[in-house]
Design a protein. Structure first.
Length: 178
């Protein structure tokens, strides 16, 4: 039997049969087809929501979400209460991070552990292992970005030179690039 567009899935029919429907699958297919012709979907086609979409909506500032994305996120968090709790904690984490209020991090970690949010518990525990450094990075105006940039440049030079010459030439290239 070929599957037509808009026909119910076999799993859907199996569920109907489990609930006591005595008819055949073909009858259900014809009925659903007629219903879909009589009541066509006129709204814009929306693609399925991916995990990447939801992650982007959660991590983006709420004011930067367009109306459709905000509505879809609200629908998802209504269906999954654990996700709603996770979203609240992620947004609560973003505030001290963006405003450089690292001292509030310990309170956030305590709330995550108290609410037992499985998606964030391991992250919060990891932050506790090096809390002083994390608080300093979220509180102080200093940055190690310039040092990291130099490290990345040296790693790139090492990759370019791999197998081509000895250490002396690599040393010269590093010194001349600085």
């Amino acid at each position: 039997m070929t599957k037509t567009i808009g026909a119910p899935s076999p799993a859907c029919f199996a569920e109907s049969a489990e609930r006591g429907y005595p008819g055949k699958e073909r009858i259900v297919r014809k009925y659903v087809h007629r219903l879909r012709l009589a009541f066509p979907h006129t709204g814009p086609h929306r693609r399925k929501t991916s995990v990447r979409d939801v992650t982007g909506w959660i991590t983006r500032h709420p004011e930067r979400l367009d109306v459709d994305d905000a509505q879809r996120l609200k629908e998802i968090t209504t269906r999954v209460p654990a996700l709603a709790s996770t979203v609240r904690h992620i947004r609560a984490f973003a505030e001290p991070m963006n405003d450089r209020r690292g001292r509030q991090l310990k309170e956030w970690i305590a709330k995550v552990h108290a609410n037992q949010v499985p998606a964030l518990s391991a992250f919060a525990t990891g932050l506790l292992q090096d809390l002083d450094a994390v608080v300093a990075s979220l509180s102080l105006k200093y940055s190690s970005g310039a040092v990291e940039g130099h490290n990345d440049k040296i790693k790139m030079l090492k990759r370019q030179m791999f197998g081509r010459s000895d250490f002396d030439l690599l040393r010269l290239r590093v010194l001349h690039s600085a």
